[in-house]
Design a protein around this ligand. Structure first.
Ligand SMILES: [Zn+2]
Length: 247
């Protein structure tokens, strides 16, 4: 008898393989990242194929194979259709699954990463259609994507130090602080080295925004209104922090 196991998973990627088979990469609650073969998903237009679309949250029965585990059956629990029908939402959702795919190796089991991605997709899916198109000081899609990246980095062991200087351990005071990419957190004005390209200028509001992102859930963060300038500043720092750690 074939050995099977069940997982609840978010589909990260699907690639065509040989003879109509495809390779499906998922992040599951139970087993972390898995690479599964979906047999003949294209050829026979199997019932499972539609449930294995990227971004879907699906219940998958996996059959253990000699070389690869493969999909025995799959049923979508949530297709996140509002995301798929909104280009701005789709862009940030696709970016999130891509980063999870690139940053995480198979075998790392962390339920919190699954929950982080699931909650992010749920908030994006249920947010109003013009979520990212509100006038004036709206929440930009870039900064919302950065909130996800920052939380993911924290979960992967790169939680930045934002309360004390990483050099002198003094409590961070408002003023000329810097974000040190190499050391992963703030350096106070007195300890900052001019000319160190790993030390980025960060405003007091930028520090507050990063702290808020780390301690708040996406539902709360979806309501935050920030200026474009602040969004660009904080988003830029998170982006560089991601590339410093995963490149
Ligand atoms: Zn210091």
């Amino acid at each position: 008898m074939e050995e099977t196991y069940n997982v609840k998973a978010i589909i990260l990627n699907r690639k065509s393989f040989s003879e109509g088979d495809s390779r499906v990469i998922v992040y599951s609650r139970e087993n972390g990242k898995l690479e599964l073969t979906a047999r003949g998903a294209k050829k026979i237009k199997s019932k499972s194929a539609g449930h294995l679309e990227p971004l879907n949250l699906s219940d998958i029965m996996v059959v253990r194979g000699r070389r690869y585990d493969y999909v025995g059956a799959a049923v979508s629990e949530n297709c996140f259709s509002n995301i798929k029908n909104d280009l701005a939402k789709l862009a940030v959702a696709a970016q999130a699954v891509k980063i999870v795919d690139q940053a995480i190796r198979p075998g790392v089991v962390d339920e919190k990463i699954f929950e982080l991605l699931e909650e992010y997709l749920e908030v994006l899916d249920t947010a109003k259609k013009d979520f990212f198109a509100r006038g004036g000081s709206a929440l930009g899609e870039k900064i919302f994507a950065s909130f996800f990246v920052l939380k993911l980095l924290a979960e992967l062991g790169h939680q930045p130090e934002l309360s004390r200087c990483l050099s002198c351990v003094a409590k961070i005071q408002p003023g000329k602080n810097r974000f040190d990419l190499a050391r992963g957190g703030l350096i106070c004005g007195r300890c900052a080295k001019s000319g160190d390209s790993n030390q980025l200028a960060i405003s007091d509001d930028g520090i507050k925004l990063l702290r808020l992102a780390l301690k708040s859930d996406f539902k709360r963060l979806a309501k935050v209104k920030i200026s474009k300038k602040l969004g660009q500043e904080a988003g830029g720092i998170v982006d560089k922090f991601l590339r410093y750690n995963f490149n």
